[in-house]
Each structure stands twice: as structure tokens, then as C-alpha cells.
Design a protein. Structure first.
Length: 102
């Protein structure tokens, strides 16, 4: 959830012409991470939960790429990029670990 809030704060400063482009895509990717974890958790079977966790990992990878694109377009600072990528890396490791334990 912290990543989602960070993404929304950062993208609120992006140029208006990116609203339906990079801004929207980053927000969707960010929201998709915890949403898929939550949806999978409510499923009755570990196999389904693992699949939703894999989708969350895909969303993490998408968001990592989008953060880098945003930095290269000078929409965020190197420090903001590094901080968000560090949080994403930590989140990916936690999801991967959970997937292996199921």
C-alpha cells in the first residue's frame, strides 16, 4: 500500500499530457500489486493464490520499468527513483518468498 501512495504522490507532479499515458499506467501497475495479493489470499486454493502472486510480481516488474522511464523523462529525481525501486525490490522479494512457501 505504501508503494501505491508513493506512486500517486509522484505521478501527481507529472505533466498533464501524461495523465492517460505513463501516469495512468504507473498507477494501475502500483494498485495491481496489493490488489492481486489480496484477491489471491481470499481464494480457497494455494494454487490459485500462487497464480495471483505471480501476477503481482509481473506488476512489480512493469512498475520498475515505468519508474525508470519516468526518471529518464525527468519526471522524477534520481533519489526518488532509487527510493521507489528499493521498495519495489523489497516487495518483490517478499512476494517471491511467500510464493515459494505455498
Amino acid at each position: 500500500m505504501e508503494i501505491v501512495k508513493d506512486v500517486y504522490r509522484l505521478t501527481s507532479r507529472f505533466p498533464e499530457h501524461e495523465l492517460y499515458g505513463l501516469t495512468g499506467q504507473m498507477r494501475r501497475s502500483g494498485v495491481s500489486i496489493p490488489s492481486n495479493v489480496a484477491e489471491g489470499f481470499r481464494r480457497q486454493y494455494a494454487k490459485e493464490y500462487r497464480q495471483f502472486l505471480r501476477v503481482s510480481l509481473g506488476s512489480c516488474a512493469e512498475l520498475e520499468t515505468q519508474v525508470t522511464i519516468a526518471r529518464e523523462l525527468s519526471y522524477m529525481s534520481k533519489g526518488e527513483e532509487a527510493q521507489l525501486l528499493e521498495k519495489l525490490d523489497h516487495e518483490c522479494r517478499m512476494i517471491s518468498s511467500l510464493t515459494k512457501k505455498l
